[in-house]
Design a protein around this ligand. Structure first.
Ligand code: 5RP
Length: 227
């Protein structure tokens, strides 16, 4: 089975989970990425069951609107019953690295509005310890060099994210991303809190404070549900 097939399979499984665990008229929380795109596409026939969706990126908003969903400003909701999003890595406790698509800040905001965070991924994203995937940190541009120095002091190797054509990558919020290689994240919660406290860090890509409540993982033999 190809990775795209696994993503479609887990996107469909997430639709079934959401339909079984929410009532009609609720607001759906929607993440970002290629796996979430499969979820959005599979959810499209059910859009009228929802009041609308809150979205974690301009890309997901466009896709949701293309399918006829009403996209709602997160300021207008106090909570969402379920937030579905992918991950770049997830450990056995539901701690994740996210932000490979650059949407980490809005993803963390929506995760904190959610009653239940459902992580959807192919099983290759499951790791015993976070740190293999380069850790994204969204930074205010004028603090970039300062944060690079702090990352290096911890033994990390930061790179400023660029688009494939070499132009600077700019997030939906107008900031830059440092991708940090070479750090093993032994204590995700402590590390998230440490880096969050650095001036100029908007969001760092470890999701421990907002870790996943459950995972749906696509494997060659079917969907594995982990709570
Ligand atoms: C975007 C994210 C994505 O959820 C993460 O990068 C996984 O993406 P994909 O499903 O394409 O592998 O955090 O900021």
């Amino acid at each position: 089975m190809t990775q795209d097939e696994l993503k479609r399979q887990v996107g469909q499984a997430a639709v079934e989970y959401v339909l079984a665990h929410t009532g009609a008229g609720v607001v759906l929380g929607v993440g970002t990425g290629s796996t979430v795109n499969c979820f959005i596409d599979a959810m499209a026939p059910h859009r009228d069951r929802f009041q609308g969706a809150v979205s974690s990126s301009l890309a997901s908003t466009q896709r949701l609107e293309h399918h006829g969903f009403t996209v709602i400003d997160p300021n207008a909701v106090t909570s969402v019953p379920v937030y579905v999003d992918g991950a770049d890595e997830i450990d056995p406790r539901g701690n994740m690295v996210k932000g490979g698509g650059g949407a980490l800040t809005r993803e963390k905001i929506l995760a904190s509005l959610a009653d239940v965070f459902v992580c959807i991924a192919d099983a290759s994203k499951r790791v015993p310890v976070l740190g293999g995937f380069p850790l994204p940190i969204e930074v205010v541009p004028m603090a970039r060099a300062l944060i690079e120095r702090r990352v290096r002091a911890l033994g990390g190797m930061p790179t400023l994210r660029a688009n494939p054509d070499g132009t600077a990558f700019v997030t939906d919020n107008g900031h830059q991303i440092l991708d940090v290689r070479g750090l093993t994240v032994g204590d995700p919660l402590a590390f998230e809190q440490q880096v969050n406290a650095w001036p100029g860090v908007l969001t760092m890509g470890v999701f421990a404070l907002q870790r996943a409540d459950m995972g749906l993982f696509a494997t060659a033999t079917g969907i594995e549900t982990v709570r």
